[in-house]
Design a protein around this ligand. Sequence first.
Ligand SMILES: C[S@@+](CC[C@H](N)C(=O)[O-])C[C@H]1O[C@@H](n2cnc3c(N)ncnc32)[C@H](O)[C@@H]1O
Length: 301
Amino acid sequence: MDQAEDLPLNPARPVLTEAIRQVLSAHIEQLCGIHLGPEKAYLLEHRLTPLINRYKLAGFEGLKERLVNRLDPEIRDRVIEAVATHETAFFRDRHPFEALRLTVLPQAAKRWQATRDSLGQRPRPIRIWSAACSSGQEPWSVAMAIQEWLPLCGVPGLAQGDFSILATDLSPPVLSQAREGIYTEAEVARGLTTGQRARFTVQLPGPKPRFQIKPELRAMVEFRCVNLLENAKGLGLFDVILCRNVLIYFTDALKRQICEMFHSMLMPGGYLILGAAESLFGITESFQTERAGDTLLFRKP
Ligand SMILES: C[S@@+](CC[C@H](N)C(=O)[O-])C[C@H]1O[C@@H](n2cnc3c(N)ncnc32)[C@H](O)[C@@H]1O
């Protein structure tokens, strides 16, 4: 007999039963909106097993006990972190940032200029919200795009201090990387040109190359922990909301609820920018669609 045949298969591997999968999936969806149907059982098993081992829990039953019955906040944060996808990059998909430079920022600047002319004084800053910003590459890219665009914008007096970017995510660990603004060489190479790297980051001393976003950009972005399932209207009104590559994990009903909230949080004429593969088709008709190059923009009338 082969020696391996004596050994049980994966002795330490906890088994996820369909009954527990249903309870865990429903609870996760309630916590963060991520919808994990039966076809995602493998993903759930794969992503949660390391957590079960790390916290020495009694399999998925033990995890359910801590997460659902005892509402343990540490386990809750770890579970959300494990099931959420944090994939991101500087200037991800590139074309939305072209739309920002060519359409979205000029429109916002025009409104800012008209308000200044009618008030006879500096209006409130142009507000941009990067909702679900992951480790920060998206809001930093917006700040960089603004800095590159400002000298060419043709609006006299409009300066960096007239922009304010709010970046939020549900996950505290990714938010703390975002807030620090420190990235490896590989992360920086995903999206930044060498010119942008030199202009917008400083290399930190140490054995491995690491790059930190420069202070003048860091002054433009505020980071906060925000769950999109909760009412975020207290954050105020925005000229632009970016919510990219997160709604795809939600049900249509939840997409609708969040997009209606975004609608109520945009200034008239403000823009919602979704991920390249996302659309509001069949979700809401509250926005006008506008094509800017390869990007479909959603505008509040
Ligand atoms: C794939 S990343 C997208 C990052 C960036 N927007 C981009 O497109 O590159 C998705 C992010 O959504 C966050 N997220 C998931 N559910 C959320 C929720 N209910 N509220 C806020 N953020 C959430 C995750 O923590 C994750 O960092």
